[in-house]
Design a protein around this ligand. Structure first.
Ligand SMILES: NC(=O)c1ccc[n+]([C@@H]2O[C@H](COP(=O)([O-])OP(=O)(O)OC[C@H]3O[C@@H](n4cnc5c(N)ncnc54)[C@H](OP(=O)(O)O)[C@@H]3O)[C@@H](O)[C@H]2O)c1
Length: 277
């Protein structure tokens, strides 16, 4: 496992011929990603997804804020067959550091096939109702930092005419509920933002995949009692990989959440506002 190398090449220096050649790639079905950037690499869902790619010899650039945890994730991937693993520790709320970070990732991997943005916090809904600073912190992590990363990455992928930008949103963004509307509004904003980015860069050969999981049994939900609607990170990871390979736009995972949320959205507001959700 290697710590990241220094930046050697900016995006503008890439030869036009290489870009042109990449437009010939088939657009109907993506191959399994080989060079992979993961933002929020200590996420349980991200780890499960990376464990599917490592035995195929993928190379990884991993970013997270907990250095010890990140190192153990990197070593695990190396043991499972990853061709190369680079790690960098950073708090992703620091958006001014994003451009340098992403340039170093491209420099280390040489070319990025796929970027997964997985970091997020559930946050304290009750505290956020009383204190705007708490709500703003949630929006910073769950919305603004991802907008910053996705903007840079969409432009990078569009310039090279290929790539998959995969962002973990949530079904919580489908309708605001009193129990988690601060988190949910960040994810709703993300969904609309990604719809627009997709509309802009699809024609450049770039896949933008919005992942909307329901409940997943990860540290984020460790405080909740686990009912039958909870999925495992492994099941969600398999769905994400399948959606990348089939160039899907929006993934509800597990699949039944598409229909649950369709029903939730259909409840009339006069009734919804009286429900305890
Ligand atoms: N679990 C669910 O039920 C569920 C449902 C729908 C959507 N999601 C979404 O799925 C994604 C992954 O979450 P998960 O379920 O895998 O939970 P998780 O294991 O708790 O992962 C969340 C990750 O985000 C990282 N993170 C948070 N803020 C960060 C920051 N400022 N900078 C860098 N890293 C930061 C955390 O790092 P630390 O460990 O250092 O705190 C952690 O590794 C999130 O976007 C979440 O909103 C989860």
């Amino acid at each position: 496992m290697r710590r990241r190398r220094s930046q050697t090449e900016s995006l503008e220096e890439r030869p036009n011929e290489a870009r042109a050649a990449r437009t010939d790639r088939p657009r109907s079905k993506q191959t399994m990603p080989k060079t992979v950037l993961v933002l929020g690499a200590t996420s349980a869902i991200a780890q499960a997804w990376m464990r599917l790619l490592a035995p195929q010899g993928a190379s990884f650039f991993l970013v997270a804020r907990n250095a010890t945890h990140l190192d153990s994730v990197g070593k695990d991937l190396a043991t499972r067959g990853a061709a190369a693993v680079y790690v960098e520790t950073i708090d992703l709320d620091e958006t001014t550091a994003h451009a340098g970070l992403l340039e170093r990732a491209v420099d280390a991997l040489g070319d990025v096939d796929c970027a997964l943005i997985a970091h997020g916090v559930l946050g304290d809904q009750a505290a956020g109702e009383r204190d705007f600073a708490v709500a703003a912190a949630s929006l910073q992590t769950n919305f603004l930092s991802t907008v910053s990363l996705a903007t840079w990455l969409a432009n990078y992928f569009a310039a090279q005419y290929h790539g998959s930008l995969v962002v973990i949103s949530s079904v919580a963004g489908d309708r605001g509920r009193k129990s988690n509307y601060i988190y949910g509004s960040a994810k709703a904003g993300l969904n609309a933002f990604l719809d627009g980015v997709r509309n802009r860069v699809d024609r450049e050969g770039v896949q933008v995949l919005t992942v909307r999981p329901g409940f997943v049994a990860t540290p984020m939900t460790a405080h909740l009692s686990r009912g039958p609607l909870f999925a495992t990170p492994d099941a969600v990871a398999r769905d994400i990989l399948h959606a990348i390979e089939h160039r899907r736009d929006v993934l509800y995972t597990p699949w039944f959440w598409r229909w649950i949320m369709a029903m939730v959205r259909m409840i009339p507001e006069w009734k919804f506002k009286k429900m305890d959700l």
